[in-house]
Design a protein around this ligand. Structure first.
Ligand SMILES: Cc1cc2nc3c(=O)[nH]c(=O)nc-3n(C[C@H](O)[C@H](O)[C@H](O)COP(=O)(O)OP(=O)(O)OC[C@H]3O[C@@H](n4cnc5c(N)ncnc54)[C@H](O)[C@@H]3O)c2cc1C
Length: 239
């Protein structure tokens, strides 16, 4: 299981990715995964596992009744590469612990900018949202203009560095929301479910939704299959 999960990297957007760098308890542990949650709940009466059927039933009961603290006993640590437009929203979730690449320390590369596949139209009934995409011709033209803008920003950035301007100031020339940054992030399973519920929702911006969906699909469901099933049933589908 370790080989499959820890160190696994999933690509997201055009140049981003998510990699699971650690999981607590370790996936090879006999008391890891869903069992860590069940065992934490059973400490209430100093018991432990009672076999898969009763354990799963207890876990579903816990989630259904929002008995949340046992779900904090599992922690995921990711390394994530995402554009600033994604981080801008991600950092609002205060329950993540985070450490970021420093643009004061590491110079940016020419390929560090996000280029969307398609340009989405402004939604008619949600001022924050988008719907549908522009026609192919318009789409290509906007992408051409975006790349031109990136080239110019990067040229001015590089020129400022060559002139001896500090990295912390030269980056003012870069197209802010598009720059890719790498962060190390850590969260427990309870707060991860809260994040996934909000950021996998259809009203979440695509640039963060794809990261939330990737975490759910490729890491959360595999690390905690019973929890993911209960999460889908009671939280996402709300039964
Ligand atoms: C679709 C969408 C649109 C959004 N639009 C905007 C916007 O226009 N402008 C904007 O500013 N934000 C916006 N947000 C961000 C939103 O307001 C929240 O800041 C973000 O979703 C984090 O949610 P949270 O506080 O529940 O999560 P977390 O910070 O992870 O906190 C999880 C839970 O812990 C508790 N908690 C954590 N810290 C505290 C605390 N200090 N005090 C009390 N309780 C705490 C709360 O119960 C909270 O729900 C948007 C979010 C979404 C999903």
């Amino acid at each position: 299981m370790t080989d499959q999960l820890i160190g696994k990297r999933v690509e997201v957007l055009d140049k981003g990715w998510i990699e699971l760098i650690d999981l607590m308890p370790h996936p090879d542990s006999k008391v890891g995964g869903d069992l860590a949650i069940v065992n934490a709940a059973r400490v209430s009466f100093l018991g432990e596992s009672k076999g898969p059927e009763r354990d799963k039933k207890l876990l579903f009961y816990l989630l259904r009744h929002r008995h949340t603290s046992p779900f904090e006993m599992v922690e995921f640590k990711f390394r994530v590469r995402a554009p600033l437009v994604t981080w801008w929203q991600w950092v609002r979730h205060r329950t993540w612990h985070m450490n970021a690449q420093s643009g004061r320390y590491t110079p940016f590369q020419e390929s560090d900018f996000y280029v969307p596949d398609a340009w989405r139209r402004q939604s008619k009934d949600n001022k924050q949202a988008s719907e549908g995409t522009l026609e192919a011709g318009e789409n290509d033209e906007l992408t051409r203009r975006l790349l031109q803008h990136y080239d110019e920003g990067f040229r001015l950035y590089s020129q400022a560095l060559e002139q001896g301007v500090s990295k912390e100031m030269a980056r003012l020339f870069l197209p802010g929301f598009s720059v890719y940054y790498t962060w190390v992030t850590k969260i427990d399973a309870h707060n991860l479910m809260h994040f996934l519920r909000l950021r996998m929702a259809s009203d979440a911006q695509l640039e963060i939704r794809v990261y939330a969906e990737a975490i759910n699909e490729h890491f959360f469901k595999q690390a905690l299959p019973w929890t993911a099933e209960a999460f889908d049933k009671y939280i996402l589908k709300g039964s």
